[in-house]
Write a protein that binds this ligand. Structure first.
Ligand code: ADP
Ligand code: MG
Length: 263
């Protein structure tokens, strides 16, 4: 575990002649949660997919010491797990089955002995034990998102690549998912997580990388990156940034006019 978890070097992605990512450099260490933020269409999902090794690109990506595309897919699947933004997971499958799919890369290895234990543990962590036999379409949107996250956890990889894992979740489960991401990093893993909620990024990330128009415009600690001027400029939306009353991490509040009260 001496190599960096993720090394992205001069990454470029173009589709149909249009550059979606250009000259992206990024390093993520083991033990670290890196939040990827930026406006709609900035290229966050594209970057995550390229890091996962799922997109043709120029430049290079290495994960857990292995150069992307240099090894059999099953070996890559033991290094990194991916939560896609629009995960159209397995229509009609039951929650328990979907989570068990996360174990597939370990089939035939001695780690498969832990399949049942791991599946039970992650279902419990995501408060889905009672839903184990329910089909995916019968779940609420938030439960479905947690089932997908549970599948990713069940894969037990050192690197987690998560695209908006909290988008469909209520307050409590947003915190639970990001607490789990932090715990993964604390245990020596690495997490790259796309987040729209800048206050969540501020609270949970060790570092934040802000993307705009296919380029990284800033990378650093939440306090360094999440400044009112930068956010207002990149998002074209004026904001105020105030310190979290408990932790001091940046909380981002859009600037609004007070509501008119009709009487
Ligand atoms: P983000 O996740 O930051 O909102 P994406 O990475 O999904 O943004 O997309 C970045 C840009 O690339 C968008 O403008 C999107 O329309 C475009 N894009 C992504 N995938 C494709 C594709 N397969 N074909 C054409 N354009 C694409
Ligand atoms: Mg996206």
């Amino acid at each position: 575990m001496n190599a960096a978890a993720v090394i992205v070097d001069r990454l470029g992605v173009a589709i149909g002649g249009r550059p979606l990512l250009d000259g992206v450099d990024l390093t993520v260490a083991f033990g670290e949660v890196l939040a990827l933020v930026g406006p709609n269409g900035a290229g966050k999902s594209t970057l995550l997919r390229a890091v996962a090794g799922d997109l043709p690109h120029t430049g290079s990506v290495s994960i857990d010491g292995a150069l992307s595309g240099s090894e059999r897919p099953i070996l890559t699947a033991r290094r990194r797990a991916v939560l896609e933004q629009d995960n159209a997971v397995a229509f009609g499958f039951r929650v328990g089955e979907v989570v068990r799919m996360g174990r597939a890369p370990w089939r035939g290895t001695n780690r498969a002995d832990a399949d049942d234990t791991v599946v039970a543990r992650v279902l419990d962590q995501m408060e889905l034990a009672a839903r184990i036999d329910q089909t995916l379409p019968s779940l609420s949107g938030g439960e479905r998102a947690r089932a997908s996250f549970a599948r990713v956890l069940a894969q037990e990889t050192p690197v987690l690549l998560l695209d908006e894992p909290t988008a469909a979740l209520d307050l409590r489960h947003q915190e639970a998912v990001l607490d789990t991401a932090r715990a993964h990093a604390r245990a020596g893993g690495a997490v790259v997580v796309v987040l729209h909620d800048l206050s969540l990024a501020g609270a949970y990330a060790d570092r934040v990388a802000m993307l705009a128009d296919g380029r990284i415009v800033a990378v650093g600690t939440p306090t360094e990156v999440l400044t009112a001027d930068r956010i207002s400029d990149v998002y074209r939306q004026p904001v105020a940034v105030i310190p979290d009353p408990n932790t001091g991490t940046p909380v981002v509040v859009p600037t609004r006019r007070p509501q008119e009260v009709h009487s």
